[in-house]
Design a protein around this ligand. Structure first.
Ligand code: IPE
Ligand code: IPE
Ligand code: MG
Length: 237
């Protein structure tokens, strides 16, 4: 089957999983898996750009990942620092807008500044928006939305009767971003792990046993082909 260029999903979300197992299989440290995973991300971003995907949202660090050893957390953040550093010029040149979603206040100060600078530098672009989920948790996102809406209602700036699904959308980290049509999770795990709980309500799910570092261009194309074979019904007949 050929890829139908008229039906490329506008928004693809990815749970980039399996870096650790990829490394273990090769008798390498886990961090080598994360490094290889960052190279895959570069290729996937490039491919999404070529295919005309408008939003790519990737799960890079969850609110639960704080439970990992300090050494791994530090390694992941260092990798991200290096990645932003080396990739920013290319992304700027290629028309990619960088955005971060999640509770950024929980991140190291310098990384937060680096992310803010990358977002500022690329905010004029609209070809492809890369949403990096960092210190992101779907429940945390919904909790923060509820708290904010409740305080607006309490202060009288919003009427309870005017709270709608759109109000909730507008209070999420993903405000203004359309819901993903396609969610991909690599490495054979069949769960959401607290990713985009609200936004994935009607997305198509694609699971593959391939570990994230091995999820290259063709794997993405296969996922999109399978998506194009699905019949989305949205509860109708
Ligand atoms: C995904 O790979 C990357 C992050 C969660 C940061 P893992 O590190 O979860 O790899 P596995 O699941 O242990 O193989
Ligand atoms: C989900 O993967 C988080 C990211 C990919 C950043 P995990 O490896 O942390 O999820 P679990 O622990 O298998 O559910
Ligand atoms: Mg994992």
């Amino acid at each position: 089957m050929e890829l139908d260029m008229e039906r490329i999903p506008k928004h693809i979300a990815i749970i980039m999983d399996g870096n650790g197992r990829w490394a273990k299989k090769r008798f390498l440290p886990r961090l080598a898996g994360h490094k290889a995973g960052s190279e895959t991300l570069r290729e996937i971003i490039e491919t999404c750009g070529e295919l005309g995907v408008q939003h790519l949202t990737v799960y890079a660090f969850s609110t639960e990942n704080w439970g990992r050893p300090d050494e791994e957390i530090t390694g992941l953040f260092n990798l991200l620092r290096g990645y932003l550093n080396t990739e920013i010029e290319t992304m700027d040149r290629e028309g990619i807008r960088i955005n971060a979603i999640g509770d950024l206040t929980g991140l190291p100060e310098d990384l937060r500044k680096q992310i803010a600078a990358a977002m500022e530098k690329t905010k004029i672009h609209s070809k492809l928006q890369l949403n990096i989920a960092l210190n992101y948790g779907g429940r945390d996102e919904l909790l923060k939305a509820v708290q904010q809406i409740a305080s607006e209602v309490r202060d009288g700036t919003m009427a309870l009767s005017s709270v709608t699904e759109e109000t909730i959308d507008a209070h999420l980290f993903t405000k203004g971003i359309p819901d993903p049509e396609l969610l991909i999770r690599t490495s054979g795990e069949l769960r959401l792990s607290n990713f985009l709980l609200w936004q994935l309500a009607y997305s198509e799910f694609y699971f593959t046993d391939v570990f994230w570092p091995d999820f290259k261009r063709n794997e993405l194309i296969n996922a999109i082909k399978e998506y194009q074979n699905r019949k989305r019904r949205f509860g109708k007949l």
